[in-house]
Ligand binder design. Sequence first.
Ligand code: NAD
Length: 427
Amino acid sequence: MALEMEAGGPGEWESPLYREAVAQFDRVADLMNLDENIHERLRSPQRALVVTFPFRRDEYKTVDTVFGYRVQHLHTMGPTKGGIRYAADVNLGEVAALAMLMTWKCSIVGLPFGGAKGGVRVDPTVLSRAEKQRLTRRYTMEIINFIGPDKDIPAPDMGTDEQVMAWLMDTYSTHVGHTEPAVVTGKPPSIGGSIARREATGRGLMSLLPSVASHLSLPVEGSRVVVQGFGNVGQYAALAAHQMGCKVIAVSDISGAIHNDDGLDIDDLMHYVVETKGVADYKESDKIDPDKMLTLDCEFLVPAAVGGVLNEGNAPDVKARAILEGANGPTTGAADEVFRENGVFLVPDVLANAGGVTVSYFEWVQDLQNYFWSEAEIVARLREIMNRAFSEVLDTSIRQQTDMRTAALIKGIRRVTDAKLARGVYP
Ligand code: NAD
């Protein structure tokens, strides 16, 4: 089925990234013999809002007008959920593609959400704190009827953080006339944010390592782990690996890559990075070529930085037994094929990094109930959800003799399809 065949012709969200998301969906839908009507329906987002709005710069006479977006892919499962990114090149096609991926991610781990994504086309690095606040408050007003605890719940993404979520929550609450923490997740804990949200994606990812190790008959203790990216996801993934007795033998960030065969002291490295802003000159290690780091001999490779880093150029040289995708889209389609052929076991992003949205879900539940859980409860529930999803996906992959990425998408798409068939078409 080509994009051109959609009712109304190609969507306004037509873009390379959207085409890629649809192609991936089409491939799995065909494999599943998905009901044709449902297949067609899920190829387009349910609602897409484009706004333009002004915000005042610190130099009072300057008012900039920018584009803002919010796309909700699917309302069948409950409210929609997904981040808001501030980036100079964000566009409707990108946001729509990411909203579709959020639908599959939420469905794979069994959360009662459809996917959404939002964005403002602005370079956040040139904005002062006051400018970012005015921009956020005005963007919130532009989408205020589109979001809400029962409708659509934003979260941070690239270029946005806890503070941006706090301004969004405050603006929304002021306009509805009461405090409404459940309208966003990823807020500071002082206003209803969940503890352990910051660590959630890295921790959730690493909670799968023992299951992967057991499936591949590898030990956990002493296994060698390589982590690309030492930001939010990479740091907490490396820390969790270190704490469970693995040897984290190499890490990298934008400043460079470091290596120590005996294993790096991740607690110490995290403190070091707070002070120096980069891993490159850390003392207890040797510098290595960041590209070569990805092909080091190791048991577990964790790409946790940017997209497309494992590609046809380096995939044949990857020696890791398993890849746990912390980043979104770190592996290209061509590399995926190489890994399948070479027997590299890959846990795909839609499953591996779902810990973030899972703890966001916990935050929303806690806000709605005004009852807050302990860190131990959050971590235990996160582990349970991640590991249940992992073993269901592994079962599907074994039963259908397919790779983990395809199996994860089959699981996600099937759950959505069952819900759509049960609800039927109105009227
Ligand atoms: P972050 O900005 O906190 O960290 C990114 C890290 O990657 C930094 O250390 C940066 O220096 C490093 N980096 C950037 N380019 C690099 C390169 N070319 N080589 C090596 N290192 C490089 O971001 P994050 O929140 O950790 O997100 C990382 C990835 O995980 C992204 O793809 C993001 O979409 C994905 N993700 C994040 C979350 C979350 O909860 N934060 C959830 C799901 C997916």
